[in-house]
Structures are given as structure tokens and as C-alpha cells.
Design a protein around this ligand. Structure first.
Ligand SMILES: [Zn+2]
Length: 399
């Protein structure tokens, strides 16, 4: 597939997906839907139901899911993009397109911090954030929606700076703590200014990731009060369990678990969230690219890890990377609901998995095989080049 793809074709389109064996909703309150047919018109879901009850006439694209499983496109809540589909962190090209082959259709930047020569002065950091927002809005590798332009706060920023950023289209802050602001009081003030102008925030939790980054403990995390507790399981160095529990219990913010973090701490956080009956707060990211590389299957691996070792139903674990994130971050994708973006992953049990079906295979710790990705109602990839091969794959009947 070509790298640079348009957001969508001109003119009305109607996508019909029939013969869906299992429909995962992304909604943690009701993760499995009783439906086998899905219709999307001009990139938006317009009908979900049983074939006999849905108007499937006039499809411009018709897909036979062949009894496989459909889930909302996966959302990676924590990436560090720089420019286009290149990352200087491990000097790789095509990493975003590779993530698409791992089912990721939306990415959220936690700061374009790997930019060589990243400006630290206020004018420079604002300019870079606006540039990144514009560039990734206009360029979608493989069709993936990269929400970028996430400035890292520095001392001396004023309310006016956040107002300017918001007016210029910036909607995110990069990880608090990766810049010169590391104390709770200043962080809290700047996060509040960001929130006032509609800019979402996240924070670096735990020990330093790489030389130059620093420790952020529970006291600063709670004082800063960002919308998302970024990598609460560390990136990689996690806080002591007592501090993780203190964060979970001390706020109602998002609890982000990342692939490039401490896996035991991720499982501990999951356990605390479940005890509190607050699994809706759990969201997933990779924190890629990072020192440990890029992981095209990182979100699938987190789903499998949390389900198999964390004792969570597979259909619930998929919600951590879809509906939970969409709701927390006010995205128009991530849930199978009329009106939402038609961003889907179609997958099946991997060949030779010991599980009887896809959910059991994930529960046993296997990864599913992806057979197709769809963004804005357009087929972007077919059999994944990265996952283990799916047992059954969907077929494009028309379009
Ligand atoms: Zn971090």
C-alpha cells in the first residue's frame, strides 16, 4: 500500500461488512454486540445489526468477514512521533505503517521529544508543536490518524502561551516532566491553563527513561493533575507499588499502561483498578519509539498480557485499547456505535493457537492474527505482514 493516502475518496461511499462472527464493541459495559452486519456511509457507522434487519443495498465496498472477529481500530495512547513515518530514536522508516499492520489506526503523541535539536525556548517549542499538529494532520502514514503537536512545558510559560497554542489548533500537551518543569506546583498551574483552553495533558510517571529525563513520583503526579497518568507502569522504571496504589486511589484520571514499561507494575495497576471497580480508567499505549525500539504489535501484546496474566476477559482487554481511550480522549473512533468513525480491525485466532476461538486464544496469551484494517470506511491493509497468520481472513467481494 502507498504510504501517503488521502483521508477518503470523493463522493458518497457505502461499506457493508457481512458475516461477522464476533463483534467487539469497545464498550467496557457491553464488550460483545449481538450483530453480524455493519454498514458505514462516507466513513461513519450508520447501521449495526443482524443481516435481515440492516439495509445493505447499494454497497460501494462489500466485505465478507467470513465468520471472523471485528473490533474498533486500536488506539495507541502514547507514541513519540517526529516527522512523517520516520523516527530518529532507532532510525527507522515506516514504523507507523508497521503499527497499522498491528491493528493500530489512531495514535496520540505524548510529545515530539525525539526531534533532533528539539527547541526548549518557549517560542521554539510552540512553533514545533504547531508544525507537528499541522504536518500529521496533513500526512497520514498508511491512513493512520496521528494526533500530534504535543508541546513539553518549560519554565516561564504563561497562560497566554496556552491560549495561543489552543487557538493555533494544539490539543495535547506532551509528557509533563520531560522538559524543565518538574515540580508539582508549576505543573499544576500549567496543566490547569492547558485544560482551560481545551488542551489535554499527560505526565511522565516513574524513573528516567533515558539520560536527561528524570524521576516523577506519586506526589508530583497527583499535584500536577493531568488528564492521563502517563505510563503509570514506568517507562521503563516503575514507582514502588505503594506509590502506584496511591496514584490510583488518589485521583480519577486515566491509568495508562504501556508496552515499553514495567510489565509487573502494569499487572499490579490492573489489579488495583479492578479492586476499585474502575477498569474504565485503564488505557493502553506503547511509548514507542523508545530505547527498546518500536513495537508494531505492542498494543496487541498488552491486550494479551493483561488478559492472560491479569485475569481479564479478552473482550474486556480490547476495550482498554479502544472505547476507554476514545472516551477519555474525546475521540470519534474506538466504539462500534452509529455516528462513530468507521475504523476497524478484522482478525481471527492465529493459526495453530491452542485456544478454541479468538477470545480463548488471547486469554491463553497468544496474539490474534489480523486479516484486515479499515480506516474511515476504506480498506487499508489485508492479511497483516506482522501478526501470526489469521486462521480465516475476510474477503473483499466488491470494491
Ligand atoms: Zn515518559
Amino acid at each position: 500500500m502507498a504510504h501517503d493516502q488521502p483521508a477518503g475518496p470523493a463522493g458518497p461511499t457505502k461499506l457493508v461488512i457481512r458475516n461477522i462472527g464476533l463483534l467487539l464493541s469497545g464498550d467496557i459495559e457491553k464488550p460483545i454486540l449481538d450483530a453480524d452486519t455493519l454498514v458505514a456511509e462516507s466513513g461513519r457507522i450508520t447501521a449495526i445489526g443482524r443481516a435481515k434487519d440492516v439495509d445493505t443495498a447499494g454497497a460501494t465496498t462489500l466485505i465478507d468477514a467470513n465468520g471472523t472477529t471485528l473490533t474498533p481500530g486500536l488506539i495507541d495512547s502514547h507514541v513519540h512521533p517526529v516527522a512523517g513515518d520516520w523516527t530518529p530514536r532507532q532510525n527507522q522508516i515506516g514504523w507507523i505503517d508497521s503499527f497499522l499492520n498491528g491493528g493500530v489506526t489512531t495514535m496520540i503523541s505524548a510529545g515530539e521529544v525525539h526531534m533532533p535539536g528539539r527547541p526548549r525556548d518557549i517560542t521554539g517549542l510552540k512553533a514545533m508543536a504547531i508544525f507537528a499538529q499541522r504536518a500529521f494532520d496533513a500526512f497520514r502514514p498508511g491512513g493512520v490518524k496521528v494526533h500530534a503537536g504535543a508541546p513539553v512545558i518549560e519554565p516561564g510559560m504563561t497562560e497566554e502561551d496556552f491560549k495561543d497554542l489552543a487557538a493555533a489548533g494544539v490539543k495535547l500537551l506532551g509528557e509533563v516532566g520531560l522538559g524543565g518543569v518538574k515540580d508539582g506546583v508549576t505543573s499544576r498551574q500549567m496543566v490547569a491553563w492547558a485544560r482551560k483552553y481545551g488542551i489535554q495533558s499527560t505526565i511522565h510517571t516513574g524513573g528516567p527513561s533515558i539520560p536527561g529525563s528524570g524521576l516523577i513520583g506519586a506526589d508530583v503526579v497527583l499535584e500536577a493533575d493531568t488528564d492521563v497518568v502517563g505510563h503509570i507502569n514506568g517507562g521503563h522504571t516503575a514507582l514502588p507499588d505503594g506509590e502506584i496504589r496511591c496514584i490510583c486511589e488518589g485521583c480519577k484520571r486515566g491509568l495508562e499502561l504501556v508496552h515499553n514499561g514495567n510489565e509487573r507494575a502494569a499487572l499490579y495497576t490492573l489489579r488495583v483498578a479492578r479492586e476499585m471497580n474502575e477498569l474504565h480508567r485503564v488505557i493502553l499505549g506503547t511509548d514507542a519509539p523508545a530505547g527498546s525500539g518500536v513495537q508494531p504489535l505492542g498494543i496487541l501484546r498488552m491486550i494479551s498480557l493483561l488478559s492472560s496474566l491479569g485475569d481479564v476477559a479478552a473482550e474486556t482487554a480490547f476495550c482498554f485499547a479502544t472505547g476507554n481511550t476514545a472516551r477519555m480522549r474525546a475521540l470519534d473512533c474506538g466504539l462500534i456505535e452509529v455516528g462513530r468513525a468507521a475504523d476497524f480491525v478484522i482478525m481471527d485466532k492465529a493459526q495453530y493457537s491452542a485456544g478454541k476461538n479468538i477470545l480463548e486464544s488471547v486469554r491463553l496469551g497468544d496474539l490474534p492474527g489480523i486479516g484486515m484494517t479499515i480506516i474511515d470506511g476504506i480498506v487499508r491493509t489485508q492479511r497483516s505482514r506482522n501478526t501470526p497468520p489469521a486462521t480465516k481472513v475476510p474477503e473483499i467481494v466488491k470494491g
